[in-house]
Design a protein around this ligand. Structure first.
Ligand SMILES: [Zn+2]
Ligand SMILES: [Zn+2]
Length: 254
């Protein structure tokens, strides 16, 4: 059974109780190995990851969507924490070239020569095109497509092999048809609702995309300060199952 964990739900500027938007997906198959994916690390992702009850040994890949600070700036800290906590197996870090380059630059600013046995970083570049394969393993298959943002950026479709369940994530974007395609028939669509700004979406815009996708449920993230249930009437007129993402919320979707 897959579970989506909203490790952070805030925009770059957000409410005091929300950190930057970071997601994790976990699979706790009774008959198989536990496996998790982490998407973005613009904050202290490992603290949140552990707070969600997840085990760093189960982390099979980090996926980075784009180069903005609120999505990649926590990468050096993530590696330091993994190393200090005893993680030794390699970590695949997957994404488009601009996102990987930013993470590599940030990590390169630190002298890690004394970090004995640090887990090897496996940089895995994905093409910047529709239906790009980002990660494929025993449990997960992740594909991406370009979205509409100030910098090259991708939305994701995360397929959970054992259950056949699917989630999608818009990342930072204006409402765009490529996200509706990524989210086609998905059990859950995680969509940003940063507000009416270039390169971003309102809750209503996100709801229109969820309806177009035929998703089962819409969770709003990348939330600006003060976005409340009372503001969702317009969004729910387009897509009834619209919810504000709960900070550190866990959502099973079987
Ligand atoms: Zn951004
Ligand atoms: Zn952002």
């Amino acid at each position: 059974m897959p579970t989506l964990h909203l490790l952070g739900t805030g925009a770059a500027a957000s409410d005091p109780h929300r950190t930057t938007t970071m997601l994790a997906f976990s699979s706790d198959e009774e008959a198989g190995d536990a496996s998790t994916l982490l998407v973005d690390c613009g904050g202290d992702a490992i603290q949140r990851y552990r707070q969600a009850g997840l085990d760093i040994e189960d982390l099979d890949a980090l996926i980075l969507t784009h180069e903005h600070a609120d999505h990649v700036s926590g990468f050096p800290l993530l590696m330091e924490r993994l190393w200090l906590l005893g993680r030794r197996r390699p970590l695949p870090v997957c994404g488009i070239s601009q996102a990987l380059a930013q993470a590599e630059r940030a990590f390169g600013a630190f002298d890690t020569s004394g970090w004995d046995d640090m887990p090897t970083i496996q940089w895995r570049e994905a093409p910047y095109e529709e239906d790009a394969l980002v990660f494929s393993g025993e449990t997960w298959r992740v594909t991406a497509a370009p979205v509409e943002h100030a910098k090259p950026n991708v939305g994701l479709r995360i397929e959970h092999g054992p259950s056949g369940r699917t989630a999608a994530y818009s990342c930072d974007t204006e409402p765009t048809p490529s996200v509706a395609r990524l989210g086609a028939g998905a059990d859950v669509l995680v969509h940003e609702a940063n507000g009416d700004f270039p390169g971003h979406s309102t809750a209503e815009g996100a709801a229109r995309i969820a309806a177009e996708a035929g998703a089962g449920r819409l969770l709003l993230v990348h939330l600006p300060p003060g976005l409340a249930e009372a503001h969702l009437d317009d969004a729910r007129s387009h897509f009834e199952h619209t919810e504000i993402g709960e900070e550190l919320g866990g959502y099973s979707y079987r």
